[in-house]
Design a binder for this molecule. Sequence first.
Ligand SMILES: [Zn+2]
Ligand SMILES: [Zn+2]
Length: 261
Amino acid sequence: MYIDSHCHINFPELAERLPQIFEKMAQNRVTHALCVSVDLPDFPQVLELAERHPNVFASVGVHPDYEDTPEPSVEQLVRLADHPKVVAIGETGLDYYRLEGDLEWQRARFRTHIRAARETGKPLIIHTRSASADTIRIMREEGAGSDAGGPAGVMHCFTETLEVAQAAMEQGFYISFSGIVTFKNAKALQEVAQAVPLERMLIETDSPYLAPVPRRGKTNEPGLVMHVGEFLAQLKGVPAEQLAHQTSENFFRLFAAARAQ
Ligand SMILES: [Zn+2]
Ligand SMILES: [Zn+2]
């Protein structure tokens, strides 16, 4: 069994054909999916999906790329996270690639999420792009990691260096690989994946984006996380069954609220 630890099945291109999405998951033995919030207005839809489908979980958070959207407070995130199907806070983090200028608001928003995660004990889903030094620094300053009494979490859709992965793992974080690791030109990332222990690895689609080989360029969906898993198993020289089992085990260890359901 595989688990898609990060998808956006509430986005229109997927939400309008959910029956096929679930059928594909079953075909490919993808048992669960975590549907990740990107802003507050979309959270009710994400939660509704999780309430309606026993094998879908939700998170609550505001993505760093969303500039013109209601800003969350710690109290608000804590209140919205108080639901059995909300297993994580995020996605949050820093993205200096998409946006330019004074991004102090991004860093403030990131700190808000970490504080909410500490208060609820629910793990963080962290997005970082062209901002790894500030991301790791703020994680440390706010005590996001289990080493500092925080709930830790996952560095999602990981595309950074091994040093960044190690700095996150030292804080108790997991590293999640998406379809990007299957791309031909992703040699550096494949080396990182080789060095990340299986016990710290998650897999994801980040669908509808980033479809893995052999579906690169098409609309992605949770069922295709199987291709990410099979690729990583081959890369690490372990049976696909072992990688599937271990990453699923990791998912439930990290998102402990999901295990109870
Ligand atoms: Zn992201
Ligand atoms: Zn995402």
